[in-house]
Design a binder for this molecule. Structure first.
Ligand SMILES: Nc1nc2c(c(=O)[nH]1)N[C@H]1C(S)=C(S)[C@@H](COP(=O)(O)OP(=O)(O)OC[C@H]3O[C@@H](n4cnc5c(=O)[nH]c(N)nc54)[C@H](O)[C@@H]3O)O[C@H]1N2
Ligand SMILES: Nc1nc2c(c(=O)[nH]1)N[C@H]1C(S)=C(S)[C@@H](COP(=O)(O)OP(=O)(O)OC[C@H]3O[C@@H](n4cnc5c(=O)[nH]c(N)nc54)[C@H](O)[C@@H]3O)O[C@H]1N2
Ligand SMILES: [Mo]
Length: 724
């Protein structure tokens, strides 16, 4: 086993941070980190009006290795003026994610036309002219607008408004590949699609159930909250097929004792099969029924559908629960005991639950467990989807989704005296599929790496290369810009949020809206603000009557419209004067929900079926990456020395006669990868794990019908020996 460390976090995170600081100058980095801008990495959120490295509860210092990584990357020098002359498209197609990221900042627009050997620099005027003539010559539903989760609420609102006035509902964001299942399920049950708790609730809880998430790497600041919970005598249950080192023991940098000894995190570490959560959760419910620990008073007063949920658990036999979940009866009973012994439990999860063809069922099952113990709708307990990108939640809130909120629709119809589109609009995956069917002529992507995020990379390349004109707004380069090119491809250089000329806003996973002050560009160049790019293009495509979009480059004006149009967002109009705020109507400290009758609507969750002859592949993030952006090749926590490894249980290897360090071929439903190194690890036998985005070449999309999210976890694979 190559696991060399004794705990997550700690000195190695600090040492890494010091090395990063040296790259750009410690003082320069400190000033940037302390500037009043929302952190660029995860949606736990920090920074904003209260200052950099401050969380919404006002606590300082809040920092993590990831926030430094992202900041340093944006402070890199510029890609040289002759880079694209010297490197052909063929060269660019060879770039790894890490190499692309480390080329530096893109500071000038570039363009490529099918058949050309090279991308070449161009002017903004030419680039925007090309995009507008493409949009003007096609039927609006042949265009698509995508947003990743780093842009501001203002830019996102402009993007979706422009798309609707232009005439399409093909408006989508990375959430379809992320927490959409959480949004769908929470809306079904509670009538609102986000966390039911605020950050302040965590310090009041006594049990934290962390399912399918690895915050030690992906939301490191949550680890401080978990260590605090343990110090108060609370308990933590982790449910994860992979024994994540940092979820067992974590050294919290701001706690001297924790740095020295390490904080024990999980009291109980449950290892189901990937995809085994529904039967596990149904099993815990069944056990609670047996132990007579169901809160029937709560269910009768505050929920509908509980009888069916109870009947399902009673009617599923233990044998089925244990074999399909991979969890023993004993562990199920222990879990039930922790939950029934708690007064205030928080149920938190991330991609381990959403990335399945039954992602919505997974979250419905968590909701059922929370409700039958009366753990939603009171202080210190509730539901917490651990969100991804720093503003992914805000981008969804302000309407970057196929369906337009009625209020926004009304506002735009009045403004333009024209009906807004009625079509269903495409979700992200079906947009890629439509592109493959030659139904998309123009793709406009506000950040992100749509190509790298998709399952079945070779198929995705073919689909995306069928698009007529593809536009990326980006701070840096990534392989998706080249593999995901269209007939004409334009990459436009933009400013990061802390370089914006005006303040902008972002929403955290606790529904807290922050104000980022902006700042000066890190490098000289021709980068523009995202909002300015969208408004300039809107004027070119739609004209300046009845709306001069350039007036909307005033972020304040956009905030005024958002305040009127988006429910719960009234306070954004005065955010500069009155301060940051929590979106209203989402946090439930009473068991009165946003559903028609105010009761939670519980739903039965069928046990998923699996082909038991294949291994189940988890595609996950390493300790040193942010989504498709790779900063470090190795994963120190899991003992994976480079990106091309397969984490597998020794038990499985024995059965297949595979040795630690051996190179194998991994065969998925969409493709195969050769020379993958076997790494023995603490992972549930039957489940294996690799890093995303490289592993996307293996995965054939199985799409959750309700969330439209591909099953990036529990994908069937087999392993073949390589002939030497
Ligand atoms: N540093 C860093 N921070 C990030 C990101 C990043 O890439 N790097 N990405 C951001 C984004 S957009 C997101 S969405 C989040 C992602 O945050 P996470 O959801 O934590 O990320 P993943 O690596 O996808 O893996 C989730 C965990 O789920 C487990 N898992 C896999 N399958 C199953 C299953 O079937 N059941 C259970 N119970 N567990 C399972 C895996 O073993 C892994 O520990 O992080 C955000 N923050
Ligand atoms: N197999 C597999 N696939 C997955 C996942 C998985 O776990 N497994 N995870 C899924 C998840 S949860 C998500 S969220 C998606 C991620 O999908 P995306 O959000 O589309 O992808 P990212 O990799 O986060 O995008 C990174 C790129 O964004 C650009 N960028 C960075 N900062 C800025 C900025 O400030 N402004 C602008 N305009 N551009 C910027 C840079 O070009 C950078 O390379 O991937 C999904 N795909
Ligand atoms: Mo995500």
């Amino acid at each position: 086993m190559k696991r060399k460390l004794s705990a997550g976090g700690g000195w190695q995170a600090i040492a890494y941070s010091l090395i990063k600081a040296r790259e750009v100058g410690p003082w320069r980095l400190w000033q940037k980190m302390r500037s009043k801008n929302a952190c660029k990495t995860c949606a736990l959120g920090m920074g904003g009006m209260k200052g950099g490295m401050v969380n919404e509860a006002g606590h300082f210092p809040e920092v993590c290795k990831k926030s430094l990584q992202a900041q340093v990357a944006d402070m890199q020098g510029a890609i040289s003026a002759d880079y694209f002359d010297k490197h052909s498209l063929a060269d660019l197609l060879q770039l790894t994610p890490k190499e692309a990221e480390h080329l530096g900042r893109l500071t000038y627009p570039v363009i490529h036309t099918k058949g050309d050997s090279h991308f070449r620099p161009t002017t903004w005027e030419h680039a925007l002219g090309e995009i507008s003539s493409s949009l003007k010559t096609i039927a609006p539903d042949r265009a698509a607008f995508y947003a990743s989760g780093r842009s501001s609420n203002e830019a996102a609102f402009l993007l979706q408004s422009f798309a609707r006035v232009y005439g399409t509902n093909n408006v989508m964001n990375c959430s379809f590949y992320c927490h959409q299942a959480s949004g769908v399920a929470l809306k079904m049950v509670f009538g609102t699609g986000t966390a039911t708790i605020a950050l302040d609730d965590i310090p009041q809880s006594d049990l934290f159930i962390l399912i399918g998430a690895n915050p030690a790497s992906n939301h490191p600041r949550l680890m401080t909250q978990l260590a605090n919970l343990k110090e108060r005598g609370g308990h933590i249950i982790v449910v994860n097929p992979v024994k994540e080192l940092g979820l067992e023991i974590f050294r919290v940098p701001s706690k001297p004792l924790s740095m020295l000894m390490g904080s024990k995190i999980a009291d109980l570490y449950v290892q189901p099969q990937s995809g085994g959560d529904v039967p596990f959760l149904v099993g815990v419910i069944k056990k609670l029924i047996e132990l007579n620990k169901v809160n029937y008073d709560f269910l009768k007063a505050n929920t509908d559908g509980w009888q069916e949920v109870i009947a399902q658990a009673e009617g599923t036999d233990w044998q089925e629960i244990v074999t399909t979940s991979g969890v023993s009866l004993e562990v199920i009973e222990k879990t039930a005991q922790y939950i029934s012994g708690s007064d205030k439990a928080i149920f938190a999860w991330a991609m381990g639950l959403t990335h399945h063809a039954f992602g919505v069922d997974n979250i419905l099952a968590v909701s059922n467990l929370a409700l039958i113990t009366g753990n939603v709708g009171k202080v210190g307990s509730g539901m917490l989807p651990i969100r991804g990108h720093s503003n992914v939640q805000g981008i969804g809130s302000v309407g970057v989704a196929p369906q337009l909120q009625p209020q926004v629709k009304d506002a735009l119809e009045k403004l333009y005296n024209k009906n807004m589109p009625e079509s269903a609009g495409l979700d992200t995956y079906h947009m890629i599929e439509a592109a493959g069917d030659n139904k998309i002529d123009c793709l406009f992507a506000l950040g992100g790496n749509l190509w790298g995020s998709n399952p079945d990379s070779n198929w995705t390349s073919a689909c995306m290369q069928s698009i007529g004109t593809t536009v990326y707004l980006s701070t840096k380069l990534n392989p998706g810009h080249f593999h995901g090119r269209g007939g004409t491809t334009i990459i436009l250089p933009v400013l990061a949020r802390d370089e914006e000329p005006q303040p902008s806003t972002q929403e955290s996973m606790f529904n807290f809206v922050r104000l980022s002050e902006g700042g000066k560009p890190n490098v000289p160049g021709f980068m523009r603000s995202e909002a300015e790019v969208i408004c300039t293009l809107a004027n070119l495509v739609l004209g300046t009557e009845p709306v001069d979009w350039l007036k909307l480059t005033q972020a304040k004006e956009v905030r005024k419209i958002i305040a009127q149009a988006i429910p719960g967002w009234e306070a954004i109009a005065d955010i500069e004067k009155k301060g940051e705020f929590t979106v209203s109507g989402r946090v439930f400290h009473e068991a009165k929900f946003n559903t028609a009758n105010g009761k939670a609507q519980m739903q039965v969750t069928p046990i998923p079926k699996f082909d038991t002859s294949a291994l189940r592949l988890i595609t996950m993030r390493s300790e040193g990456q942010f989504n498709s952006v790779v900063y470090e090749d190795h994963d120190i926590y899991r003992g994976m020395p480079h990106r091309h490894c397969l984490l597998i249980a020794a038990e499985d290897c024995k059965r297949m006669n595979l040795k630690d360090g051996e190179k194998v071929r991994v065969v998925g439903e969409a493709g195969s990868l050769e020379n993958i190194e076997i790494v023995y690890g603490q992972i549930k036998a039957g489940t294996v794990a690799m890093f995303y985005p490289e592993s996307n070449v293996l995965i054939k999309a199985r799409i959750d019908a309700r969330s439209k999210t591909p099953s990036f976890k529990s994908a069937p694979v087999t392993i073949e020996k390589m002939r030497s």
